[in-house]
Write a protein that binds this ligand. Structure first.
Ligand SMILES: NC(=O)C1=CN([C@@H]2O[C@H](COP(=O)(O)OP(=O)(O)OC[C@H]3O[C@@H](n4cnc5c(N)ncnc54)[C@H](OP(=O)(O)O)[C@@H]3O)[C@@H](O)[C@H]2O)C=CC1
Ligand SMILES: O=C1O[C@H](COP(=O)(O)O)[C@@H](O)[C@H](O)[C@H]1O
Length: 507
């Protein structure tokens, strides 16, 4: 891997502490960092190299999936870290930064490959990119990359404006837009599973699939992010980016060993074929809702409008459920149901593929058959389950669903940020959002934003600790379907040998 200088804007912030340092540490332990690696942390806080390193070490103790030890290797890891005070708006700070970067490159005798990671609010992206260009930081004789966090724009126009501004100093190939869902190991497996398994490849069509359900439920509420969340809602916070990325990753058809260009070309194609929803039809296909007080895992929680920093009159969506259609050869006629919400009954991100039922015979026991399901558990647990019908040996008259299961322990699985930072260091753009995808996602979502804004869509309420409003169930019932729920019942049941959990349809 090329020697690299990792320039981190927002080094004193929450994301750096919770995600970026632990990811770098785990890559270091796995020997996946470049042999010559240097990190320069930036922020307004008057930290020194020593206090910065101490903060990084502390964040590893709190957030790393691996217990850091006090050995020489920990010191080796931390010795790559330097800190410089920088105010994003002060041009002279970029000159000071340039000197430090060059000094470190000389000390380490490395070529000037520079990765600029913007772990700061989106209002700073444009200024930083321009100052990197102006200061000469971006014009050395090596490669440069810009890694940016979401949100990428607030709507279609603002996203276009931002992209145009960034393009003045960075080419599309140099911009790595993070969507951390693309870093989740199971999401990365979707592409491989389909490419490398004829069984899955063959089934990936409207001939066999009845509907697809993509869910990202969270138990947390707005947390300390009222100022941000009340302006974005579930539609911008989760749906426009993470949920549509899941849809793209699931539905692309790829030949073996596809290049990153091919993957991105196919994703773009999915977005182009996604049937647009006119503003007047949003209400018929999209449910928006907001949580009210309720109980989660036995604890009472307050409603959204009682959260600190949220106005009593807020009409913000904390839940969205949508029905989408992809108008192409493979997916025409298959409804895709997507839902995401805060303060739901359980934390779970999963994709359920419901297969069409075979022709029913006239046997009396046909009703006990359940549809075949292929379930991708993305988080918090990772797994793949195939639900099939068989006969219960003790009750020979009835069909019984059985699950073929693969599950991995959470500790064995790399964090999304590990995968993404590794790819960015390698210059592999496959699991980053290309501008075309971002633009097409905003284009699709724009009428939804407008319909919400103009109150053309009712805002339903749901009790915290449920699976959302009844209208979300009704959306599927219109087509004769229902949401599939967790295989595990709420109360852990001790299973006898040979027994297993199955997916069920009731809340
Ligand atoms: N936290 C998370 O889990 C997630 C965050 N994100 C995104 O990541 C980005 C960072 O979020 P987060 O870390 O939570 O934010 P924080 O508010 O915790 O940190 C912001 C960082 O920006 C720096 N900063 C702010 N203003 C300036 C300035 N004028 N000059 C220099 N540095 C400045 C701060 O440094 P200092 O105070 O020292 O100046 C701090 O390091 C945001 O875009 C957010 O949307 C995305 C997904 C998840
Ligand atoms: O980007 C975001 O994602 C998190 C959910 O991420 P997950 O990996 O825990 O599923 C969400 O809580 C947050 O509001 C949103 O900004």
């Amino acid at each position: 891997m090329d020697p690299t200088t990792f320039v981190l804007f927002g080094a004193t912030g929450d994301l750096a502490k919770r995600k970026i340092y632990p990811a770098l540490y785990n890559l270091f332990v796995d020997q996946k960092l470049p042999e010559s690696f240097s990190l320069i942390g930036l922020g307004r806080r008057e930290w020194t190299d020593e206090s910065f390193q101490a903060n990084v070490e502390q964040s590893l103790r709190m957030f790393s999936r691996r217990e850091p030890d006090d050995s020489a290797s920990m010191q080796k890891f931390l010795s790559a870290f330097r800190y410089s005070v920088l105010d994003i708006g002060r041009k002279e700070d970029y000159q000071k930064l340039l000197q430090l970067v060059e000094q470190r490159e000389e000390e380490l005798r490395i070529s000037p490959n520079r990765l600029f990671y913007l772990s700061v609010g989106p209002e700073f992206f444009e200024t930083i990119a321009a100052n990197i260009g102006e200061s000469g930081l971006g014009s050395a004789d090596g490669w440069k990359r810009l890694v940016i966090e979401k949100p990428f724009g607030h709507d279609l126009q603002s996203a276009r404006d931002l992209n145009q501004k960034l393009s003045k100093d960075f080419t599309e190939e140099e911009i790595f837009r993070i969507d951390h869902y693309l870093g989740k190991p199971m999401v990365q497996k979707l592409e491989i599973l389909q490419q490398s398994n004829p069984v899955i490849h063959a089934l990936w069509t409207n001939r066999y699939i009845a509907n697809v359900q993509i869910t990202a439920n969270e138990t947390v509420g707005v947390e300390e992010r009222a100022g941000y969340y009340d302006h974005v809602g579930a539609v911008r916070d989760m749906f426009q980016n993470h949920m549509l990325q899941l849809l793209m990753m699931l539905t692309i058809h790829l030949p073996n060993n596809s290049s990153s260009e091919r993957v991105r070309f196919k994703k773009k194609k999915v977005m182009e074929d996604l049937e647009p929803i006119e503003k007047q039809n949003v209400a018929a296909n999209i449910i928006r809702a907001q949580y009210k007080a309720g109980t989660i895992q036995g604890k009472p929680v307050i409603g959204y409008t009682s959260e600190p920093g949220i106005a009593d009159s807020s009409m913000n969506d904390t839940f969205i459920a949508a029905r989408l259609q992809i108008d192409d050869f493979f997916w025409r006629g298959v409804p895709f149901y997507i839902r995401t919400g805060k303060r739901m009954k359980e934390k779970s991100t999963r994709i359920v593929i419901e297969f069409k039922e075979p022709l029913k015979s006239s046997q009396a026991d046909e009703d006990s058959k359940v549809p075949n399901l292929l379930v991708f558990e993305i988080s918090p647990n990772e797994g793949i389950t195939l639900q099939l019908n068989t006969r219960d040996p003790h009750h020979k008259g009835e069909f019984t669903p059985i699950n073929i299961d693969f599950h991995t322990s959470r500790d064995d699985v790399p964090e999304a940020y590990e995968n993404l930072i590794f790819d960015a260091l390698h210059g592999d753009p496959t699991f980053f959002a290309h501008w075309d995808e971002v633009e097409l996602s905003w284009k699709w979502v724009q009428p939804v934003l407008e319909a919400f804004e103009e109150n053309l869509v009712p805002l339903h309420l749901y009790a915290a600790g449920t699976y959302g409003p009844a209208e979300s169930d009704a959306l599927l019932a219109e087509d004769g379907y229902h949401w599939w729920f967790d295989a595990k019942p709420e109360q852990e049941i001790e299973l006898k040998e040979g027994e297993q959990y199955v997916y069920h349809k009731n809340n």
